[in-house]
Design a protein around this ligand. Structure first.
Ligand SMILES: Nc1ncnc2c1ncn2[C@@H]1O[C@H](COP(=O)(O)OP(=O)(O)O)[C@@H](O)[C@H]1O
Ligand SMILES: N[C@@H](CCC(=O)OP(=O)(O)O)C(=O)O
Length: 382
């Protein structure tokens, strides 16, 4: 058995994510039988001693029928309204279902601020720790009703990867309407299931189409991106079908299902993880050749002298892309000036600037580098 599968089996703290399409009927609306089957698998693992956080999509899908909507709305305001109506229905169903196992759930609704802001991040971490030590099953979703375009996680696969990091999970299980990652979209007759992914090189020949189910947002691209986000942060991932939840969550016993992604890097700080995979840049700084060598080659801070251009309307603390003179993004960072302050100082050496301007524009500790080969997989349009 691979180490990733062993890690899922042995995990003492596990994050499990389930997509909308795995909780709804073909006609739309929540499917109590599928939800109960999922809860049975989670409860069985929980009752064997593992702490489990459940990241569940389905709020918008559950809100469609009560609002007389026939399909997932495209505009944000109607999505927010559907999520408001649907989230409570979803959680009420979960509460009833977990109660069959005498388990208590706690609802946790997150926005990206809860992960990206250091103080909020610690707060979320404390809340999860307390819920888990009290034996509660946290049921997590994005707070869709208040999330604006700027602060949206975008999809729950990504949210689940970040939550796995926040709670310091031993493994992440992504449950979907497809039973594994395939070498090509499953409608392709030659597609074969991929059992193990040791690293990004194993994904080189894999074909993924951009579509996702009618009720969800992610698609396979976002699942693979989330899996790589988690594995890069040292957390192994199992991607499997929601219908195989019992086998996927069985602690090391039972048949090997789904696709296992091996953990790669060491655990990184969530703030930089967010910067790499989740943040929306507010602008860009163009670096000259010397600054590219210093920032990307020698891991130095970006000083005003090395900046040859500014794009966007950002404030101190915002995320900006760092580009080379050709416009290729080489990294991202938290900028320490407002865009309006920069024209007067770029191109100047620190010694020539007033005392209150003698600091880096982006500190080395606030930068992630993005090489061509590690560019996050782009998400399919929806
Ligand atoms: N290479 C691939 N392997 C597996 N599934 C794929 C692949 N390419 C595209 N898909 C599609 O991705 C879908 C899963 O994404 P999605 O419907 O968004 O799931 P969920 O609702 O669980 O988040 C599958 O139903 C499948 O049609
Ligand atoms: N937060 C949204 C789900 C977003 C999402 O990523 O959905 P999915 O692709 O089904 O996991 C909801 O609860 O409707």
């Amino acid at each position: 058995m691979s180490r990733a599968r062993e890690a899922v089996g042995a995990a003492r703290r596990l994050v499990v994510k389930v997509g909308s399409s795995s909780l709804t009927t073909a006609a739309g609306g929540l499917d109590p039988a599928r939800l109960d089957a999922l809860v049975d698998a989670v409860a069985s693992r929980r009752l064997s001693g593992t702490q489990v956080v459940l990241v569940s999509s389905g709020a918008i899908a559950a809100g469609l029928a009560p609002l007389g909507l026939r399909r997932r709305p495209r505009d944000l305001a109607t999505q927010q309204a559907a999520a408001s109506v649907g989230q409570q229905q979803l959680v009420a169903r979960y509460a009833g279902s977990f109660a069959r196992h005498r388990l208590t759930l706690g609802q946790v609704l997150l926005t990206s601020d809860d992960v990206v802001r250091r103080s909020h991040y610690r707060n979320a971490q404390r809340t999860f720790d307390k819920l888990l030590t009290l034996g509660v099953v946290p049921v997590v979703n994005e707070n869709d009703t208040v999330a604006t375009a700027e602060i949206k996680f975008g999809d729950n696969d990504r949210l689940a990867a970040l939550v796995a990091h926040v709670v310091r999970a031993d493994a992440l299980v992504l449950l979907s309407d497809v039973d594994a990652l395939y070498s090509a979209p499953p409608r392709d007759p030659d597609a074969v299931a991929v059992g193990e992914v040791a690293g990004p090189e194993d994904l080189a020949g894999v074909g993924i189409d951009a579509s996702s189910s009618d009720v969800g947002t992610g698609g396979m691209t976002s699942k693979v991106t989330a899996a790589l986000t988690a594995t890069n942060a040292g957390i192994p991932v199992l991607l499997a079908g929601a219908e195989q939840a019992a086998a996927a969550l069985a602690a090391g016993q039972g048949p090997a299902v789904g696709t296992a992604f091996a953990a790669a890097g060491r655990r990184t700080g969530t703030r930089l993880l967010w910067l790499r995979y989740a943040a929306q840049p507010h602008g860009a700084l163009e670096l000259d050749g010397g600054a590219v060598a210093a920032v990307a080659g020698r891991r130095k801070s970006l000083l005003p002298a090395g900046i040859s251009g500014i794009r966007g309307d950002f404030e101190s603390g915002d995320v900006v892309d760092l580009t080379d003179p050709d416009g290729t993004v080489i990294g991202r960072g938290f900028v320490s000036y407002d865009a309006t302050e920069l024209p007067g100082i770029i191109g100047h050496r620190l010694g020539d600037l007033p005392a209150n301007r003698r600091r880096p524009v982006v500190h080395a500790d606030d930068v992630v580098l993005i090489s061509r080969t590690s560019q996050p997989i782009t998400q399919g349009a929806r």
